[in-house]
Each structure stands twice: as structure tokens, then as C-alpha cells.
Design a protein around this ligand. Structure first.
Ligand code: SF4
Length: 449
């Protein structure tokens, strides 16, 4: 169990020097106890205090990394039960299962699906994260060949999936330099799996038959000095999964039981007969509290909604999603194209840019930085006003970019037209656009076709 804030405070230097970023040692102690600060932020903690505080300062759910370099996948490290309490940090990993009994054509097809199914959204690249390579052939050389093939084709992280230590050993020999997840250790094979994980510096998934067995495995792994662990409770129905995922998260965060302070893995590919049902189970896992879900296929019609769900759940609810300020050329805009202006709330940007693209009329879209607020809210907050928009446009070179000098402002913000014209100069014509984005194509066709 963790220490209280007061217990931690007694071990700190009590100089209130502020170097940790908070005004007092007491405030820092309270943040440490709540898992909101790292002990390393205080440079003056003695070695004795460090040893005493190590348990209290460790994150309640241990973060782990799988893979290498830019493709490194991170899970764990969460601090809250509910997203609105703070935020969730490390998005649920989406892993694609490949079996060593799949034909070479099937393996090639899955590798292609993994590489092809990537989506650009709000400036982010949404894609799957990991390969889960399952040893089902019973032949070590076949499994090793699959690991090598996938490793050579992709830099995504690997899950080596078998309860047979010989298969894992064969896969580890071909893993390259990246950190893998061994999936996994159970009550029967744990000694051999513990040795392999230690020897190869791998993350180890513990597979229990219920939470009691999981706790025993966790304590045994900790005793064997293994720290990077992931949990599979063994549940294979939707209801049991939801119950276990919630219980593990509660035990880690609320009961502060260190034995349960680990991320989880859910093989939805073993829990459903169709990709659609897998997607439903994966969606539940993303919402409640899976660290990794394993799918049997990456079909775009199921993967894309899961990626969007994940994006929404793992964005910071206290920070709106924003687009960068600047000019965006749409439909091959040139110097004769009009300028449409909007705010940098990402949803607004995507709706407005989508309607302009639908119109097929070449336009410049000027996005004003409003700290992620929508048009009306930004106007009320003084961030979407005529002089500020005009000034931002000039700084971004509007007079060099646009000879047409016609600018369309949102109908809901018609009140800013005078200030904007004054700021840009009388050679600019400010036009009042529609109040709803859906009327933009008709407006553009009527005025600029
Ligand atoms: S850096 Fe350390 S000594 Fe300084 S205020 Fe923070 S906790 Fe106290």
C-alpha cells in the first residue's frame, strides 16, 4: 500500500525551494501520494528517503514499452478511473493477430492491411500498433520464420504469443533489437517464462484464471524481480472482461494494491466469431480499460471506428483539439481565390474545409488561432475579432498570397466585419458568409463559380 501525503512529507527536505514546480514540500508530497508527480522532480531527496519513498512514488499502474524507436508502443501509466477526472494518457494498443499456421499469402495480406490501414485525422496518423504472433503450429522453426518475416516487414512492436517456452525461445531469437511482449506466463509455465523474460529484457504478460490466480502470479513475478508486466485475467466473455478490467483498475488506483498495478491485454480475437463482434468487444475494451486488444483482422470498416473511438477517449478533455493557424489551399487555390476565415477548433476546421472541398471552388481557408475555441465562443472570449484576425492574416502574408482580396467571414460573426476591413485595408472586401457550414457550397457557387 502507498504512503500518505503526510508520511511522504516527513521524508522530504522541507526547504520549500520550489524547484519541483510546486510552492511547498507539502504540496509536492500530496502530489506524489496522488500519483501526480515523480519523485525525480525533487533533486534534494536523500538516498535513504528515496529508498523509503520508492513504493509511494511509483506510478499506480506501471508504464511499459514494447518495440523500439519511433514505433515504440506505451501502455499503463494511467492515474484516474474516469477520463474527466484528469485525462487518460496511453491509448489502448490495437494488435493484429498472425498465426504461424496462416498461409504465406494470408501473412502477406495481413502485413499489407496493417501497413495500408492508416488514416490522417486532425493532423494525426491513426493506425494499429502491434503484431500478436501466435504459435499454433507446434513447430519452433515455423514460428521463428514467422517472427523473422514480420520483423523484416514492419518496425511495429511484437507480441510473442504462446504458453510453450520453447516457442517463445525460438521467437526471441528472431526478434531483433526491439523489446517484445511475451504472452504469456501461467501457473504451469511461470518459472521458464520468468527466466526468458529476465534474460531477454522482455515485458511479460501474466495469464490467470481469475483475479486471485493473477495476484499470485503477480506476486511471484515481483519476487523474481520482474517489473514490466501485463495482465490477462483469463476472462473470455464480454461481461467477465468488463468486470475484470474494472476490478483491476479499481484495485490499482483506489485500493492502491501494487500487485494489480499493471496494464491489461484482451484477446478479442479469441472471444468472437466475426470481425464485427470482435470490433464491439474491442470498443468496450478501449472504453474500459484495456491496455492492448488483439484483433484477428484489420478491416478498415472496423478499424477506423475503433481508432476514432480511441482518439476521442484518449484526448485531454480539458484541452480542445486544435488546428495550426495559417492559410490552407483547398481545391488548388491560387492568388485569384477568395479567403474563407474560421477558428482553429479542429471540429470546426474539418466541417468547414469539408464543405469547401465539396463545393470544388478553389479557396484559401484561413484558420485563426483561437486556442481551440469554436467561432462564437472565441468571439465572446475576444479571440475571434476583426483586428486580431486581420493582424494574424497579415503576419501570414495574406497580401502576397491573395490578389483577389475577398474574404468571407462566418455569418454568426458578422459583427466583426468593420474591424476586419479596417485592419486589412480598404482594398479588401469583407463578405458575410452563411450562418451554417452546410450552406457554404451554395454560397461559394453563387459568388465565385
Ligand atoms: S524540490 Fe524538493 S525540497 Fe524543493 S520544494 Fe520541492 S520537494 Fe521541497
Amino acid at each position: 500500500m502507498g504512503l500518505t501525503g503526510i508520511q511522504i512529507f516527513k521524508l522530504l527536505p522541507k526547504t520549500n525551494c520550489r524547484e519541483c514546480g510546486v510552492p511547498t514540500c507539502l504540496a509536492f508530497a500530496m502530489n506524489l501520494a496522488a500519483g501526480k508527480a515523480e519523485l525525480s522532480a525533487c533533486p534534494y531527496v536523500s538516498d535513504e528517503a528515496k529508498a523509503a519513498l520508492s513504493e509511494a512514488s511509483a506510478p499506480p499502474i506501471r508504464p511499459v514499452e514494447i518495440g523500439a524507436g519511433d514505433s515504440m508502443f506505451r501502455t499503463g501509466g494511467e492515474l484516474v478511473m474516469f477520463r474527466h477526472e484528469k485525462t487518460f494518457f496511453n491509448p489502448t494498443g490495437l494488435a493484429l493477430k498472425i498465426s504461424d499456421t496462416d498461409s504465406p499469402e494470408e501473412v502477406d495480406q495481413k502485413l499489407k492491411c496493417f501497413a495500408d490501414n492508416q488514416y490522417e485525422r486532425v493532423g494525426l496518423n491513426l493506425k494499429g500498433d502491434l503484431f500478436a504472433l501466435k504459435a499454433e503450429s507446434g513447430k519452433a522453426e515455423t514460428y521463428a520464420a514467422l517472427v523473422k518475416k514480420v520483423r523484416d516487414a514492419s518496425d511495429a512492436g511484437l507480441i510473442l504469443w504462446s504458453d510453450n517456452p520453447d516457442m517463445i525461445q525460438a521467437g526471441l531469437a528472431e526478434r531483433g533489437g526491439s523489446k517484445v511482449l511475451i504472452y504469456g506466463a501461467n501457473s504451469d509455465n511461470k518459472d521458464a517464462m520468468f527466466s526468458l523474460a529476465k534474460e531477454h529484457g522482455a515485458v511479460l504478460a501474466l495469464v490467470g484464471n481469475g483475479l486471485d490466480e493473477l495476484k499470485e502470479l503477480s506476486e511471484a513475478a515481483t519476487k523474481a524481480e520482474l517489473k514490466d508486466l501485463i495482465f490477462d485475467s483469463g476472462a473470455r466473455t464480454a461481461g467477465d472482461q468488463l468486470r475484470d478490467q474494472t476490478a483491476i483498475r479499481r484495485l490499482a488506483l483506489q485500493a492502491k494494491d501494487r500487485a494489480f498495478g499493471f496494464a491489461t491485454i484482451v484477446p478479442v480475437c479469441d472471444m468472437a466469431e466475426t470481425p464485427a463482434k470482435e470490433a464491439v468487444l474491442a470498443a468496450a475494451g478501449i472504453a474500459k480499460y484495456a491496455g492492448i486488444v488483439i484483433l484477428s483482422e484489420f478491416q478498415g470498416q472496423y478499424l477506423f471506428p475503433l481508432l476514432l473511438e480511441r482518439l476521442n477517449i484518449y484526448t485531454d478533455p480539458q484541452r480542445p483539439m486544435k488546428t495550426d493557424e495559417g492559410f490552407y489551399a483547398l481545391n488548388d487555390a491560387d492568388e485569384n481565390s477568395p479567403v474563407i476565415v474560421t477558428s482553429n477548433f479542429s471540429l470546426t476546421y474539418f466541417i468547414v474545409s469539408g464543405e469547401i472541398e465539396n463545393s470544388r471552388i478553389p479557396c484559401w481557408l484561413f484558420v485563426k488561432d483561437t486556442d481551440g475555441l469554436s467561432v462564437l465562443t472565441a468571439w465572446a472570449a475576444g479571440k475571434f475579432v476583426g483586428d486580431a484576425i486581420g493582424d494574424a492574416m497579415k503576419k501570414k502574408g495574406c497580401n502576397d498570397k491573395v490578389a483577389n482580396k475577398k474574404i468571407v467571414i462566418p455569418g454568426l460573426a458578422a459583427i466583426i466585419s468593420g474591424d476586419l476591413e479596417e485592419e486589412l485595408g480598404s482594398d479588401w472586401e469583407v463578405m458575410i458568409g452563411p450562418r451554417e457550414a452546410s450552406f457554404i457550397p451554395a454560397f461559394l457557387k453563387q459568388n465565385f463559380a
